[in-house]
Design a protein around this ligand. Sequence first.
Ligand SMILES: NC(=O)c1ccc[n+]([C@@H]2O[C@H](COP(=O)([O-])OP(=O)(O)OC[C@H]3O[C@@H](n4cnc5c(N)ncnc54)[C@H](OP(=O)(O)O)[C@@H]3O)[C@@H](O)[C@H]2O)c1
Length: 251
Amino acid sequence: MRVVVIGGTGLIGSRVVARLRDQGHDAVAASPDTGVNTLTGQGLEGVLQKASVVVDVSNSPSFEEKAVMNFFTTSTRNILRYSASAGVAHYVALSVVGTERISDSPYLRAKNAQESLIKSGAIPYSIVHATQFFEFMKRIADEATDGTTVRLPPVLIQPMAADDVAKAVVTIAIGAPLVGVVEVAGPQQFRFDELIRQDLRDRNDRRTVITDPHARYFDAELGERSLMPGNDARLGEISLEEWSHRPVLAK
Ligand SMILES: NC(=O)c1ccc[n+]([C@@H]2O[C@H](COP(=O)([O-])OP(=O)(O)OC[C@H]3O[C@@H](n4cnc5c(N)ncnc54)[C@H](OP(=O)(O)O)[C@@H]3O)[C@@H](O)[C@H]2O)c1
């Protein structure tokens, strides 16, 4: 099966491409690095020829409000248009658990707009909602940093390893379209402030995490369960402990 992975050179995309190839599929990484730009449309028509499945795991280089909305809406319109002409039978996109309920985050509003376009498009789809990646913890801390302090709310979070995300995306991509949303999450729950405090400690980062129920996460105020998946989520196997003991190159 020919599967085109938009963002196939990224954190999740490179793992998705490798897993698909291991399983004998013709997986193609599509990104500016490989000559495909979903914003301008460059290279899309060619790469999608004879593709059965398109998997979109791309991400916006900028999280600024206008830029991120433009990235996800323009890219998605282009991918939908060229996929329809190529006869793609399954459109898979990776999004974030809670996207529909965290409306004060410009990033998640853009992900929501991406999802709406896919849902109203003509191609049978599967949308995968993942929780925060372990690999994203440093970026979370950096976003929440002021000087040497990091402010985070003590809400629940159930993060997961990029390898588990990729595994779930591949299983869904080679199956029949769900025409709906499926949630994936890690095997354990944490308190957000505690998780990042522990991660900074593990990396000998001397910043202090201050517990603040009103601290914002990418501009959004979070409730106790805003980041949590529902009871039907498919759970990954890699624990935080196992992941943090991996050598850097194996992460
Ligand atoms: N971070 C989290 O905790 C989290 C949680 C749930 C869901 N997600 C979702 O997971 C997805 C993947 O995230 P990631 O961390 O794997 O992203 P990433 O490592 O930043 O990779 C982004 C990919 O998008 C590509 N890209 C950027 N601009 C492009 C363009 N104009 N045309 C085509 N491709 C373009 C990049 O290509 P180049 O390498 O060539 O620049 C790269 O391959 C995102 O959609 C995000 O919303 C993230």
